[in-house]
Design a protein around this ligand. Structure first.
Ligand SMILES: Nc1ncnc2c1ncn2[C@@H]1O[C@H](COP(=O)(O)OP(=O)(O)OP(=O)(O)O)[C@@H](O)[C@H]1O
Length: 431
């Protein structure tokens, strides 16, 4: 990771001096003869940072000596672009056409014509492509780069597809450039940590990739993934070696308030509100219409440290969450001790609370992660988390588990066990 000066300055071919924030710079593309270059940067809407940025291409008058090493941009022969049309506010396709495509043409003038472009048509498109196209390439030992326009859901589908079959000795982890077109984009914001402001486009020029740490959640028989606003129930994938029902994740495994609000807000209606959908669903869960207090979630919860499991003393819970990232949304620092891609897993836990008290604690997370210092919050590094229902929750809605945004309903006597995974199946651009 490199530190950048705050401003990037250049003189245009028209003689104008321009200074931009370095975080907005996408690339300096040298012309064929190396005498001048094109500066590519983004312009944000100052009134609304969630709006797609405008991409600016400016010819520079002479080659900029501030740029030490104009790199010849490289990408493997097999480069695929994956556009998740259902992510976030459904802007991925527009972002591709208006921003990503012209930048790819500028960076890779010869190669970009041959890139494979995929557009999702259903919620299984990414998994199907991973099983049928990406995994066979990677497993045959051929380098592969995937430019992924999606939220965290696209990554979890890639990770699960690439983990669903045994890896050959020649397996080469695909390299992924993540362009954050989802709602929360937890992984993107946790990796980038405010270092760039180009919606991931800067990483298109990078050759720095790091292994993506993952966790494995195993589920008791009978557990089902809830899809399509809980209208569909899907079988969980089985681990090719153990035969257990598993899901892999890279962001978060949770039960209680967090899982419920992710599940309740994943509807077409709520999605129209963008990131506010989480806060809206939280309010509904914390202040039930009948005036009752929020639900106290009942189960036995245990944490793994090294080789030993320790039961939490509490019988009732409100917030039970294990995470591998620092931020669940850009301003929501769930685990301030987590560093980008450090492979740690942290527990955040608190017991039953009033709506106001839960809002107060969550509010502290929006202040740089101050909730972890609150006496009511248990915050620690762990190696695993187990939740056993033991028949204590009658209603299935209180037995919903969230794994990176996917929702799994566990049976009345069921359980889920989450552990850090040593396997690495993909690499992600870290700059
Ligand atoms: N064309 C489509 N039709 C139906 N479902 C789709 C389509 N394209 C994508 N999806 C689904 O939409 C969901 C998008 O999830 P994703 O995580 O990418 O976005 P998000 O939930 O808005 O963002 P985040 O997880 O970062 O908050 C995924 O479940 C994906 O499978």
């Amino acid at each position: 990771m490199t530190t950048q000066p705050e401003h990037f300055t250049f003189r245009t071919s028209g003689g104008d001096d321009i200074a931009i924030d370095s975080k907005d710079l996408v690339a300096v593309v040298p012309d064929q003869d190396g005498s001048a270059s094109t500066i590519v940067y983004v312009e944000q809407d100052p009134t609304d940072p969630t709006k797609l940025p405008t991409i600016i291409f400016k010819e520079e008058s002479t080659f900029n000596s501030d740029v030490p090493n104009p790199q010849a941009f490289t990408t493997p022969e097999e480069t695929h672009v994956l556009i998740s049309t259902g992510s976030g506010k459904r802007e991925a396709e527009r972002f591709y056409n208006e921003s990503t495509k012209p930048i790819l043409s500028a960076l890779f003038p010869q190669q970009s014509e041959k890139f494979h472009i995929h557009t999702t048509e259903s919620e299984s498109t990414i998994l199907d492509l991973t099983n049928n196209v990406f995994f066979p390439i990677a497993n045959a030992g051929r380098p592969l780069r995937i430019i992924l326009l999606s939220g965290d859901g696209g990554i979890i589908d890639l990770v699960n597809g690439l983990s669903s079959q045994p890896l050959s000795a020649s397996y080469i982890p695909p390299q992924v450039v993540l362009l954050p077109l989802g709602t929360a984009n937890a992984l993107y914001h946790s990796i980038v940590a405010g270092r760039e402001n180009t919606w991931g486009l800067q990483a298109l020029t990078s050759n720095e990739y790091e292994s993506l740490p993952i966790f494995t959640a195993s589920f008791s028989p009978g557990s089902r993934i809830l899809a399509d606003e809980a209208r569909k129930e899907l079988e969980l994938p089985k681990d090719p070696e153990t035969g257990h029902q598993v899901l892999h994740g890279t962001v978060v495994g949770s039960w209680g308030m967090h899982a419920s609000l992710v599940a309740d807000s994943d509807t077409t209606e709520y999605r129209k509100f963008g990131i506010d959908r989480f806060k809206m669903a939280a309010k509904e869960a914390l202040y039930p219409a009948d005036g009752s207090p929020p639900h106290p979630y009942k189960a036995k919860v245990s944490v793994l440290k090294g080789d030993s499991w320790e039961d939490l003393p509490a019988e009732e819970h409100m917030y039970v969450l294990a995470t591998m990232v620092s931020n669940l949304e850009k301003p929501f620092t769930i685990s301030p001790s987590t560093k980008p891609l450090d492979g740690s897993l942290h527990l955040i836990h608190f017991g039953p609370a009033s709506g106001d008290e839960a809002m107060r604690i969550m509010g502290l997370a929006y202040q740089g992660g101050k909730h972890v210092d609150d006496p009511s919050v248990r915050y620690e590094a762990i190696d695993g988390l187990r939740i056993q229902f033991e028949g204590r929750e009658e209603d299935a809605r209180w037995r919903r588990i969230c794994i990176d945004g996917k929702i799994v309903r566990v049976d009345k006597d069921g359980w889920v066990e989450l552990r850090k995974e040593s396997r690495r199946v993909l690499e992600i651009a870290s700059v």
